[in-house]
Design a protein around this ligand. Structure first.
Ligand SMILES: Cc1cc2nc3c(=O)[nH]c(=O)nc-3n(C[C@H](O)[C@H](O)[C@H](O)COP(=O)(O)O)c2cc1C
Length: 388
C-alpha cells in the first residue's frame, strides 16, 4: 500500500482505479477551465506569516459550523454521482464524515438515496437541493429530507443551467456507463471498480428514479434533468423554499457581494462562496479571491463558508484567516473515495486536518477561531483591479 502524504497521492490512485468517464467528470471545469485552474492557483498566491516562541501546546482544530460542533471546519460538499466513483459512494463518504466529526452533504443528484444514506448513518447529514420546475417533486423531496432528519438544507444557486464540460459530452457521461467499444475497453482495465459496483445497492439516481413520473431509466433521466432544472429561480422562490423547509438553510454558489447581501437579508444561516469548483461560469474569479469583498459586505450578518479549489489544510487555513467560518471540499474527498472507498475519505480528511494543525502551530495559533488576516501575507493586488 502506498503511503499517503497529501491529497495528490490519493488523486493518482483514483485516476488509475476509476473509469475514465467518472474521473473526467470530477476533474474538469467548464469551457477553457480558467476558473477551475485559478481556484487552486490563487490559493498559492497567499503566503503565511511564520511566528515563533509561541506556546503551541493544547491546539485544536475543533470549531462550529451553523451551530454544529465539528472536528474541523471542513464539510464534504455535495457531489453528484458520488456513487459512481465507488460502489455505494455516498454511504461510504457519509460514514467517513460521521466518524471524523464533519458534516456530509448529500447531493440531489446522488446515486444512493436520502433514505439509504439515513439508514446507513447515525447522525443527521445536510441535504443539497437543486431546484426543478416540477414543484410537486420538490415538495416531496424536501419532505423526504425532513423525514430523514437532515440538519440543514443547502440550496445551490449557481446551476439553473448546466455549464458545458467538454469531456462529459465526448465521453457520453451516463450512470451507469453505457456500453460502447470505448467504455468497454476502459472498463476492462478497471476490474476492481467493476467488481465492487456489481455489489452496489444502486447504480442510478436514487433521489429521482422511481420518484418522478415517467423516469424509470437513465436515458430518460438525461432528458428529464436537462428539461427540469428551473431557470426561473429567483430570490422570491428561494424565500419560499426556505419557508417550506423551516430549518437551517445554507445558500451555496454566491460569488458576488450584492448577491451575498440578498442572501443575508433573506435570513440564510450561512452562504457558501463558491463557483461550483469552476464547473459553471468559466471566466468568473476564484472563490478565494472574492472572499475578502464578500466578507466586507456581509461578514457581520451571516456565516460565510467557502469552497472551490481547496486541496490542503493550508488552503483551509487561508480561507479561515480571510474570515470564513467554514469550508467545503469536493474533489479532495472524491479522490480519496475513488482511490480507497471509505478509508480513502478518512485519509483525505486526516491529511487536511494534519496540514491545518501543523500550519496553525507554525503560524503561532492554537485554535481556528484565533486565525485572522494577521496570519497571512496577501499580495497587494490580490483582489484585482477590475472595472465593471
Ligand atoms: C464531480 C462534481 C459533482 C458536483 N455535483 C454537485 C452537485 O450535485 N450539487 C452541488 O451543489 N454542487 C456540486 N458540485 C460542486 C461542489 O459541491 C463544490 O462546490 C465544488 O466541488 C468545490 O470545488 P472543489 O472540488 O475544488 O473542492 C460538484 C462538484 C464536482 C467536482
Amino acid at each position: 500500500m502506498p503511503v499517503i502524504t497529501n491529497i495528490d497521492d490519493l488523486k493518482r490512485i483514483y485516476e488509475r482505479r476509476v473509469p475514465r468517464m467518472f474521473f473526467d467528470y470530477a476533474e474538469s471545469g467548464s469551457w477553457t477551465e480558467q476558473t477551475f485552474r485559478e481556484n487552486t492557483s490563487d490559493f498559492e498566491q497567499i503566503r503565511l506569516r511564520q511566528r515563533v516562541a509561541v506556546d503551541m501546546s493544547g491546539r485544536t482544530t475543533a470549531s462550529r459550523m451553523i451551530g454544529q460542533d465539528v472536528a474541523m471546519p471542513v464539510a464534504l460538499a455535495p457531489v453528484g454521482l458520488t456513487g459512481m466513483q465507488h460502489a455505494d459512494g455516498e454511504i461510504k463518504a457519509a460514514r467517513a464524515a460521521e466518524d471524523f466529526g464533519v458534516p456530509f452533504t448529500l447531493s440531489t443528484m446522488s446515486i444512493n438515496s436520502i433514505e439509504e444514506v439515513a439508514e446507513a448513518t447515525g447522525k443527521p447529514f445536510w441535504f443539497q437541493l437543486y431546484t426543478m420546475k416540477d414543484e410537486d417533486y420538490i415538495r416531496r423531496l424536501i419532505q423526504r429530507a425532513k423525514d430523514a432528519k437532515c440538519s440543514a438544507l443547502v440550496i445551490t444557486l449557481d446551476l439553473q443551467i448546466l455549464g458545458q464540460r467538454h469531456k462529459d459530452l465526448k465521453n457520453g457521461l451516463s450512470a451507469p456507463p453505457k456500453l460502447t467499444p470505448k467504455t468497454i475497453a476502459n472498463l476492462m482495465t478497471k476490474w476492481a471498480w467493476g467488481l465492487q459496483m456489481l455489489g452496489a445497492k444502486r447504480r442510478n439516481f436514487g433521489n429521482i428514479v422511481g420518484h418522478v413520473q415517467g423516469v424509470s431509466d437513465t436515458s430518460q433521466l438525461g432528458v428529464w434533468t436537462a428539461e427540469q432544472f428551473d431557470p426561473s429561480l429567483d430570490w422570491g422562490k428561494i424565500g419560499k423554499l426556505m419557508e417550506m423547509w423551516g430549518g437551517k438553510v445554507i445558500l451555496k454558489g454566491i460569488l458576488d457581494a450584492e448577491d451575498a447581501r440578498m442572501a443575508a437579508k433573506l435570513g440564510a444561516d450561512a452562504i457558501v462562496v463558491s463557483n461550483h469548483g469552476g464547473r459553471q461560469l468559466d471566466g468568473a474569479l476564484s472563490s478565494i479571491r472574492m472572499l475578502p469583498q464578500i466578507m466586507d459586505a456581509v461578514g457581520g450578518d451571516v456565516e460565510v463558508h467557502l469552497d472551490s479549489g481547496i486541496r490542503s489544510g493550508q488552503d483551509v487555513l487561508k480561507a479561515l484567516a480571510l474570515g470564513a467560518t467554514g469550508t467545503m471540499i469536493g474533489r479532495a474527498f472524491v479522490y480519496g473515495l475513488g482511490a480507497r472507498g471509505q478509508k480513502g475519505v478518512t485519509e483525505a480528511l486526516e491529511v487536511i486536518r494534519k496540514e491545518l494543525d501543523t500550519t496553525m502551530a507554525l503560524c503561532g495559533e492554537r485554535s481556528v477561531g484565533a486565525l485572522g488576516r494577521h496570519n497571512l501575507l496577501v499580495p497587494q493586488d490580490f483582489g484585482g483591479c477590475w472595472q465593471e
